[in-house]
Each structure stands twice: as structure tokens, then as C-alpha cells.
Design a protein around this ligand. Structure first.
Ligand code: AMP
Length: 430
């Protein structure tokens, strides 16, 4: 009996079957995320994988795809409904409110972690996927919206992505959206039967989602639909103009997309999304976010504003591989020890531990006492040095050390291994 991973999941392993599943690449992307977030003054939050279901129904809206179709929800043994987090904004806000953080000065958070959605499993769409995201709480200035966008674009640049396309829009406040929804219903009513099944359902509940539907029939019909820009209040228009002007000034390339509304109900004013330039259908966004004033109050906190983004790590890694960017070099192993019999193995084991204590990475060849096979293993592990200890070496308190980079070999006293951290000793070896 062999077991398989759950549908829609993947394994990140050394020597994986696809380059984007390389753990070194993931670590590299995580490092860049943390570095860029720190540049903008964000602090990391590490949150539970699951929450009481209300946290998500309250925030994303019962009608959103995420809540109505994609959430992994179950009753725990105490009879309470809990859900694996499908996104991290609501958990972060729940934690912020619960910790009474409005009394403290931290208002910028970032997170990196898995989310779960019962999504249609395909390339770029998984049932467990990682998100890197940020939230800024309690600051309503338009400049912080730009900071979020700028951070996201800096992150893509830092990992080395080239072909990204940023789109922005403003969807105004609740009142604006109510008037816009009425206009959309009037426009779509005669075409109701031509809309996709999802859009027919959303006609009553959330007609905004019809205009950012990916279904070809909905897209065609949406072309001539009313645009939210004609419904924006003067204040919302001024805010959006400031955002666009500042993006230009800051040299952050973007396009305005008047049909961009984003999936979750809680967004208002600024919304943004990043896609691959060649992803015309905008099927698989790399990341996106927006402002969500009112959501913190909805979740029982103070009437604070908020803005943030989330970006998927899988799609970033896949795009990096597809763009053929120089991927991070394989981590190098400092020493690979090869013993030629059991008593040499005993000696090697204590050297192995000694080397590690000095801060160098080391492994011992366990599979056999064969030099050739040992050296082959050392090569495939990208070891810099191989240390060979056989009967002769053991007797003379020596070792044969092979520099696998420079391809030279010498016999040295074993005592050298005791002083590796001494710069000079290490230099002699190299
Ligand atoms: P969303 O919360 O739907 O706006 O998603 C934010 C980002 O998370 C997207 O732009 C994707 O990069 C990523 N994402 C969302 N759903 C999935 C999924 N099922 N599989 C992989 N990545 C996803």
C-alpha cells in the first residue's frame, strides 16, 4: 500500500521533479519577502492555521466564492465550526483586535504561511498554497496604499521577476458601490440568461463580481457595462488621482483597469492586482490587495481603516523558473567524511561532530566503506572537501583531504580538523 498526497497539494523536496519545487528557491523567495517587508517597517505575524468559521464568514462575506465554495470547514470535537484559513487578512485582524493592539504602536504586519482553498486543482492553483502578505492598520492616508503597492512590486523585483503587470482601480465607498450595483443590475437584467451560472447567482448578491468574471460570455457583456468611475464621490476621485499621480512619480508602472473589483466583499477605494504580462485572461494573478476600511469594526474592533496585499509563493516560483532567471546556487556542504572500515568510522564520527561544533557543515558517508562511491556521493551533495580516513591514515593520525573544487588532494595531520575555525587553518586547506 502506498499513499499519495492529497489532490491539489505538492511536495517541496530537494531534487524535486519540477524546478519550482526546489526548497532552496523557496528559502530564497522567503528571504527576499522578509527583507523587503523589513525595509518598509513591517513586523512578522505567525498565526494559527485555523479559526472559528465566523471569522471568515463575517469578513469575506457568505456569498464570496471563498466562503461559499472553497473553505475547508469542519466541526471540532467540541462541536464548534472551525475552518482552515483560506486567506490571512481576517485572522490577522482577529489577532490584532484580540491582543488590543490599538493600544500599541505596531500597525504594520506581514505574514508568510499556507492557506487552504477547495479550488479547482490545476497548474498555479492548489488546495494548499503559500501566501506572503502585509496589512497596515489604522492609517487612512492614500500614501500607505502606495506603500503596499510599492512593497509588492519591490518584492517581485527583488526575487528577479521581469514580466509583471500592475493594474489599479478605485471601487469607492459602500454608498458608491450600492448605486453602482443598482446600475449594474439594470444593465445586466436583459442579458441574465446569457451570463455564466456563477454570474447569474451573483446578479442579486454581488453584481460587482460579474464584471471581473473570467467567463468569456461575462467578459464580452461586461465591456459595455457601466464603469464605477462614473459613480465615485469627489473625495474618492481625488484620492484615486493622488494614487495614480504618485505611482507615476515613483516610477512604478501600472495600468488603470476600470473592471477590476477583486473577489472579496470587504474591499473599498483602492484595489490592485499584479498579473503576468502575457496572462491576457488574468486567470492566475500573482498577487493583489486593496483597502478594507470598515472590516476591523465588522470583526468587533475599533473603526479603523486597513490596507494590504497577498501574493502566492507558488506562482512566483513558477514564474521565476519560466522566465529562466538565475536561481539560487545549491547550498554547499563543507566536508564529506569517508571512512574505509568500522574503526575508521568510529574515528570519523567524532571528527564529524567536531567539525559541526566549529560551525562548518559536515556529513559522514554511511552506506559503505568504498572510496569511489563515497566521492560520488560527495560530488552530488556539492561538498567542497572530502576527507578520507582508512587504516593507514588512522594509524598515522592523518587524513586524505580532497578539494573537490580545485581537484587537488593532500595528506594532512588529523589535528587540522580541530582548528578549522581558525582562518589560517582553513586557508591552508583551501
Ligand atoms: P486572493 O486572496 O484570492 O486575492 O489571492 C491572492 C494571491 O494568492 C493570488 O494572487 C495568488 O497568487 C494566490 N492564490 C490564491 N488562490 C490560490 C490557489 N488556489 N493556488 C495558488 N495560489 C493561490
Amino acid at each position: 500500500m502506498t499513499y499519495h498526497r492529497v489532490k491539489g497539494c505538492y511536495d517541496i523536496l530537494p531534487e524535486a521533479d519540477e524546478p519550482w519545487k526546489d526548497p532552496a528557491l523557496w528559502q530564497f523567495v522567503f528571504e527576499k519577502a522578509r527583507k523587503v517587508a523589513a525595509l518598509y517597517g513591517f513586523k512578522e505575524a505567525i498565526l494559527p492555521a485555523f479559526e472559528y468559521t465566523e471569522v471568515f464568514t463575517r469578513s469575506s462575506g457568505e456569498e464570496s466564492d471563498i466562503v461559499s465554495k472553497e473553505m475547508y470547514t469542519f466541526m471540532d470535537k467540541g462541536g464548534r465550526s472551525v475552518s482552515l484559513r483560506p486567506e490571512l487578512t481576517a485572522p490577522l485582524l482577529r489577532a490584532y483586535i484580540e491582543a488590543g493592539m490599538q493600544q500599541k504602536s505596531s500597525d504594520r504586519f506581514f505574514y508568510i504561511g499556507p492557506c487552504w482553498r477547495y479550488d479547482r486543482a490545476q497548474k498555479g492553483r492548489y488546495r494548499q498554497f503559500y501566501q506572503f502578505g502585509t496589512e497596515i492598520i489604522g492609517v487612512s492616508e492614500a500614501y500607505v496604499d502606495i506603500e503596499c503597492i510599492s512593497l509588492l512590486m519591490d518584492f517581485y523585483k527583488a526575487v528577479g521577476l521581469k514580466g509583471t503587470l500592475l493594474t489599479v482601480n478605485s471601487i469607492g465607498d459602500k454608498e458608491t458601490r450600492k448605486r453602482f450595483e443598482t446600475a449594474l443590475r439594470e444593465y445586466f437584467r436583459p442579458y441574465l440568461s446569457e451570463l455564466s451560472e456563477d454570474s447569474q447567482r451573483r446578479f442579486e448578491t454581488n453584481p460587482l463580481r460579474i464584471i471581473d468574471s473570467k467567463a468569456p460570455s461575462d467578459k464580452e457583456l461586461s465591456k459595455n457595462a457601466p464603469k464605477i468611475s462614473s459613480f465615485l464621490s469627489d473625495a474618492a476621485k481625488i484620492r484615486f488621482e493622488l494614487i495614480c499621480e504618485t505611482l507615476v512619480k515613483e516610477n512604478i508602472p501600472f495600468a488603470v483597469d476600470l473592471n477590476l473589483v477583486r473577489g472579496l466583499d470587504y474591499y473599498c477605494d483602492t484595489v490592485f492586482e499584479v498579473v503576468r504580462k502575457e496572462d491576457e485572461g488574468r486567470q492566475n494573478s500573482l498577487g493583489g490587495g486593496g483597502r478594507y476600511d470598515g472590516l476591523i469594526k465588522e470583526l468587533g474592533g475599533p473603526d479603523y481603516s486597513g490596507v494590504g496585499f497577498g501574493t502566492g509563493i507558488e506562482r512566483v516560483c513558477q514564474m521565476l523558473c519560466e522566465e529562466n532567471q538565475a536561481l539560487p546556487a545549491q547550498e554547499q556542504l563543507d566536508y564529506y567524511l569517508i571512512a574505509l572500515d568500522e574503526s575508521c568510522q568510529r574515528a570519523c564520527f567524532s571528527h564529524l561532530q567536531e567539525i559541526r561544533k566549529q560551525g562548518f557543515s559536515a556529513l559522514l558517508h554511511y552506506k559503505n566503506f568504498n572510496v569511489k562511491k563515497g566521492l560520488k556521493a560527495a560530488e552530488s551533495l556539492h561538498a567542497r572537501f572530502a576527507i578520507i580516513i582508512g587504516e593507514e591514515e588512522l594509524k598515522n593520525n592523518q587524513m586524505t583531504i580532497k578539494d573537490l573544487l580545485k581537484r587537488d588532494e593532500r595528506v594532512l595531520p588529523i589535528s587540522f580538523l580541530m582548528e578549522l575555525s581558525n582562518e589560517n587553518r582553513h586557508k591552508i586547506l583551501t
